[in-house]
Design a protein around this ligand. Structure first.
Ligand code: ZN
Length: 113
């Protein structure tokens, strides 16, 4: 379950941004290339976040598609999985510009009780 490893970095990022405040909700942007299963990630996050400021926080995932830019015609191709051919001109000389992201987008601090 590689989600645990991913979550360790994410929880650390949440803790830095929360600076000790309790977190009610976290939102991550995850590139589709990580092949994250949402339920597995949610579970792993709960496990890793236990005892931290993010203990019990709701996890919201935004999945990002694969994006490649063609070095021949500069067109971008967007797909749900890795692509090796430009969707515009058919060239195979492509730069990956999206799809491997794993970033903390936002956190919601719990309202003081
Ligand atoms: Zn092209």
């Amino acid at each position: 379950m590689h989600e645990i490893g991913l979550c360790e970095g994410l929880v650390a990022a949440v803790e830095r941004r929360a600076a000790g405040r309790p977190v009610a909700e976290v939102r991550f942007r995850v590139g589709v290339l990580h092949r994250v299963v949402e339920s597995a990630l949610t579970q792993a996050f709960a496990l890793v976040a236990a005892g931290t400021v993010a203990d019990g926080a709701t996890v919201d995932l935004v999945t990002l598609p694969v994006r490649v830019r063609c070095r021949e015609c500069a067109a971008e191709t967007v797909a749900d999985d890795m692509v090796s051919v430009c969707g515009t001109c058919g060239a195979t000389d492509l730069d990956l510009v999206g799809g491997d992201e794993l970033v903390l987008e936002s956190i919601t601090i719990a309202a003081p009780v």
